[in-house]
Design a protein around this ligand. Sequence first.
Ligand SMILES: NC(=O)c1ccc[n+]([C@@H]2O[C@H](COP(=O)([O-])OP(=O)(O)OC[C@H]3O[C@@H](n4cnc5c(N)ncnc54)[C@H](OP(=O)(O)O)[C@@H]3O)[C@@H](O)[C@H]2O)c1
Length: 247
Amino acid sequence: MDIRNKVAIITGASAGIGLATAKLFAKNGAKVALAARSKDKLNKLASGLQNSLVVLTDMTKAISIKNMVKEVYNHYGHIDILINNAGQGFDGPVEHIGIKECRYIIDLNLIGPLIAIQEVIPVMRKQGGGVIVNISSGLSKMYIPNMAGYASIKSALNTISLTARKELADDKIVVSVVYPYMTATDFEKNTITSKNYNSKQEATEPDEENNNLPPPDSAETVAKNILEVVISERAEQFVRDWLATGK
Ligand SMILES: NC(=O)c1ccc[n+]([C@@H]2O[C@H](COP(=O)([O-])OP(=O)(O)OC[C@H]3O[C@@H](n4cnc5c(N)ncnc54)[C@H](OP(=O)(O)O)[C@@H]3O)[C@@H](O)[C@H]2O)c1
C-alpha cells in the first residue's frame, strides 16, 4: 500500500517502536492516530506531526479499544492501516508463571490486538481494503527458558494474523506480522517478572547466551521494517533474517 494520505492507527505510539513508527509514517505522508495511555507523551509527539490525532487508549480494555477505532473513524472518515504494536514483556520459568500477570499480558499482547482487528475489519471491508500489521517477536519462534509466557502469547498472535490474512484476502484486507529482534527501547525496563521467580539471582548469573548475541536494533530500524511490510504487503517480515529459522 502507498501510505501517502492514508490513515494509520499506531498503538503504543507514546514510546519505543511505536513512537519511531509514528514519526516515520507521518514523514512519509500518512495521517497518524496515536494510541496509548500516556497523554503528555502523545500530545508532545502530536505537536510535531501534521494531521495527527491523539487517542488515549488502554489496550487491555475492550471498551477503550472500540472507542479508539470509533474516534479515529469519526475524525478522519477512514481507517487504512492498523499497527498493533502496544505490548509488554513477561519473564519467568513455566513453573512460576504468575497467572494473574499472565492473564494481563494475554489481554495486552493478544486479546487487545484481536479486538482492534475485529473493530477495523468492517470499516476496511466497506472501504474496499486495508492493511493490518501485528508486532510479534523473534522469541515467538524460539523455546528459550524464562520466555514461555511472552513467546507463546506472541506465537498465538502470529497464528491469528496469518490465519486472518487468508480469511480476509477476498476483502483485500492484508494482515502481516513483523518479528523484531532485541530493540533498544524501555521494553526490558517495563517487562513484568513473574511473582515467585528469583530474577535477582538470574540477573547476577553470567548469561553466556546473551553475551554472544549481536547488539540490539534501534527503534528506527524496526519502524523501517514496519513501513516496508505495509508497502510490500508481505505476510512476514523478520527484522533479522536469521530469526525466521527460530534459532
Ligand atoms: N524492544 C524489544 O526488544 C522488542 C523485541 C521484540 C518485540 N517487541 C514488541 O514491540 C512492541 C513495542 O515494544 P517497545 O520495545 O516499543 O516497548 P516500550 O518502549 O516499552 O513501549 C511500549 C508501548 O506500549 C504501550 N502500552 C503498554 N501498555 C499499554 C496499554 N495497556 N494500553 C495501551 N498501550 C500500552 C506503551 O504506552 P503507554 O505506557 O503510554 O500506554 C508504549 O507506548 C511490543 O509489542 C513488544 O512486545 C519488542
